[in-house]
Design a protein around this ligand. Structure first.
Ligand SMILES: [Fe+2]
Ligand SMILES: [Fe+2]
Length: 174
């Protein structure tokens, strides 16, 4: 989950409406499988802008060693956020609560059983696993699925190749 300092810049970025440029949208359509592109298209404009920026940075870091599933991982790592449907104010609340209470997946799973506003917070906290499950059902490469599931874990808990995981982590500025 984002640190408070990153939350501030992400908050202001999320207030700017609109998705990525036409050039980036075209590039993303060429990179992703059709089933992945449908999912990416359902993400908010600021989330799609963020994801395209992450993918561009990963590509420039890895160059020719950047296979398609790695770019898909960069583009879709936060696709699980579509489940909660939280917008900026709800996301700010979720992040503040998560850092003040301490991140706890068990608590998040309990909250998912609660009434709608509470459920959405729980779903937001569980977005890595929810996104990974969606990507698996849509036929994404195992690397893409793994990064969605692991992108908030400490580096030592990650199952991806170390160089690829570091490039993805460093490119993700939220
Ligand atoms: Fe995330
Ligand atoms: Fe991100």
């Amino acid at each position: 989950m984002a640190a408070p300092s990153h939350l501030i810049s992400r908050f202001f970025g999320s207030l700017r409406p609109g998705g990525p440029s036409a050039r980036d949208r075209q590039w993303v359509a060429e990179v992703l499988l059709p089933s992945e592109f449908d999912l990416w298209s359902s993400m908010s404009g600021p989330d799609r802008r963020h994801s395209a920026g992450v993918a561009r940075r990963v590509q420039s870091t890895l160059g020719d060693a950047c296979p398609r599933p790695v770019l898909a991982a960069a583009l879709l790592h936060d696709s699980g956020k579509t489940v909660s449907g939280l917008r900026t104010p709800g996301r700010v609340l979720a992040t503040v609560l998560d850092s003040s209470l301490g991140h706890d997946d068990d608590r998040a799973r309990r909250w998912v059983q609660g009434p709608r506003p509470v459920r959405r917070l729980g779903q937001y906290w569980l977005h890595p696993g929810l996104g990974a499950d969606i990507l698996e059902r849509r036929g994404s490469d195992p690397l893409t699925v793994a990064w969605a599931r692991e992108h908030h874990l400490p580096a030592e808990a990650c199952t991806l190749d170390r160089v690829i995981a570091a490039a993805l982590r460093d490119a993700d500025d939220d």
